[in-house]
Ligand binder design. Structure first.
Ligand code: UDP
Length: 481
């Protein structure tokens, strides 16, 4: 018997920032194009956000397959960057991925991998599948990732040793301070892994990016222009975003949502540093006092501080007499009980940001968080910590005008309480914030337009779906046996 529907397999790297856009892409392929979709994830501990999230999904049309967990302890140095650890985990999972694909009755026509899954493109080749890479970030990040490995040693030295900008043909240069830490330390395993990924991305049949034409027209043009970056890209680039989960704020049965329902329109600032971001102890204290000084309503996803790791929560402390966690200023909960709520570790972010009481987002600028803010028309305070978050913050503040930030990088020094209070008031209260709010509302409109039938992102994904479908038709035309 032959399959009647196209079947796409999607491979997600560990981490919520990777899983969420992969699932969303899978959902769109099922609901808009009638695909069968298999999502491969790496098995994670039951306590992780990923496991909890997968369990919480309503029965879904996606077939989610967990690949057995792998032990990478002997393969990565203890000081390796998160990116290196994720890349090694993905590599160690390849044999399980291959044997699972091999044993499928109806083999997928296409394999779509995310950033750290590019080594699996070779498996797609073995089984004559079409192969795509999904960049769950923006086109500027894609440009930097594929361009950096083309530099020679001297050009690399100018960046690493002389702290010069990464000048990408046809794109905005990436300032030294915004350059991915993986590119700056040749001795760290993260460097080799990122360079390899940058070289492997153009080996796909196409590159899907979580952006849209009107958000990054210049960069997308450069990626396609054979006189500029197109000579590195080589394959079609499909901006298919924004890929964000469509959610509705829950109305009942949740204390946080009940509290939000009682707050005035656009009066609450939401504070979160993504799935793994952490602050130092001193910075956490300053943030707490800064929020108090701002006198604004807030929801803060709090995590125990980490003094030497800004991505510490990827891998409980007690409470004081009034429920204040011991790492926050004594009495914080009592003093702010009328205006704020603390959520330990993890919050239903997409639901919170879509609530009409939310008026601002202090964010680490992970790309999913950024898009969730934009699609809800919420202005931001940019507080980047690691990875491409610095580039995102620069884009949001200097190019798109939808965020404010401190003059100096928070990763370079501790931001003081007065400055934090002022930034919060800037987007929530002051006149200056009105322009930012208007601008983000325009982007919200542009995002939803791009996804509508016949518009750019819709057409891009339709093109990919058609190609996968043609792959199926081709398979059907082959003699059976
Ligand atoms: N997220 C969430 N609750 C939290 C923290 C994060 O639901 O408390 C979700 C968030 O909505 C986003 C993803 O996790 O979809 C984080 O991805 P992002 O790219 O923003 O940052 P990363 O975690 O990869 O640094």
């Amino acid at each position: 018997m032959q399959p009647t529907k196209p079947h796409a397999a999607l491979l997600a790297s560990p981490g919520m920032g990777h899983l969420i856009p992969v699932l969303e892409l899978g959902n769109r392929l099922v609901s808009n194009y009638g695909f069968n979709v298999t999502i491969f994830v790496l098995q994670a501990d039951d306590s992780t956000a990923q496991s909890q999230f997968l369990k919480s999904l309503h029965p879904t049309l996606l077939n989610i397959v967990s690949l057995p967990s792998v032990d990478i302890s002997s393969l990565v140095a203890p000081d390796a960057q998160v990116a290196a650890k994720v890349a090694v985990m993905m590599r160690e999972s390849l044999p399980a991925l291959r044997s699972t694909i091999n044993s499928m009755n109806f083999r997928p026509t296409a394999l779509i991998v995310d950033l750290f899954g590019t080594e699996a493109l070779a498996i797609a080749n073995e089984y004559d599948m079409l192969k795509y890479v999904l960049i769950a970030s923006n086109a500027w990040f894609l440009a930097a990732t594929i361009f950096f490995p083309t530099l020679n040693r001297k050009e690399e030295d100018e960046i690493i040793k002389q702290k010069q900008a990464l000048k990408i043909p046809g794109c905005k240069p990436v300032r030294f301070d915004d350059t991915l830490e993986a590119f700056l330390d040749r001795k760290n395993q993260g460097y080799d892994e990122y360079v390899r990924v940058g070289l492997e991305i153009p080996m796909a049949d196409g590159i899907l990016v979580n952006t849209w034409e009107d958000l990054e027209p210049t960069t997308l043009k450069a990626l396609r222009d054979s006189k500029l970056l197109g000579r590195v890209t080589r394959v079609p680039v499909y901006p298919i975003g924004p890929l964000t989960r469509s959610v509705k704020p829950q109305v009942l049965g949740n204390q946080l949502m009940d509290w939000l329902n009682m707050q005035p329109l656009q009066s609450v600032i939401y504070i979160s540093f993504g799935s793994g971001g952490t602050l130092s102890a001193n910075q956490t204290t300053e943030l707490a006092w800064g929020l108090e000084l701002s006198k604004q309503r807030f929801i803060w996803v709090v995590r125990p501080p980490m003094d030497d790791d800004v991505s510490g929560a990827f891998f409980d402390v007690g409470n004081g007499h009034d429920g204040t966690p011991t790492y926050l200023p004594d009495g914080f909960v009592s003093r702010t009980k009328n205006v704020g709520r603390l959520v330990p570790m993890w919050a239903p972010q997409a639901e919170i940001l879509s609530h009409s009481s939310i008026g601002g987002f202090l964010s680490h600028c992970g790309w999913n968080s950024t898009l969730e803010s934009i699609v809800n028309g919420v202005p931001m305070i940019a507080w980047p910590l690691f990875s491409e978050q610095h580039m995102n913050a620069t884009m949001l503040t200097e190019e798109l005008g939808v965020a404010v930030r401190s003059e100096e990088l928070p990763s370079k020094r501790i931001l003081g309480r007065e400055e934090i209070g002022k930034m919060v008031r800037k987007i929530m209260v002051y006149k200056e914030g009105h322009g930012i709010r208007n601008r983000v509302k325009e982007l919200k409109y542009s995002a939803s337009k791009a996804l509508s039938i016949g518009d750019s992102s819709f057409n891009s994904l339709s093109q990919v779906a058609n190609d996968v479908n043609s792959g199926l038709q081709f398979l059907k035309s082959m003699p059976q046996g």
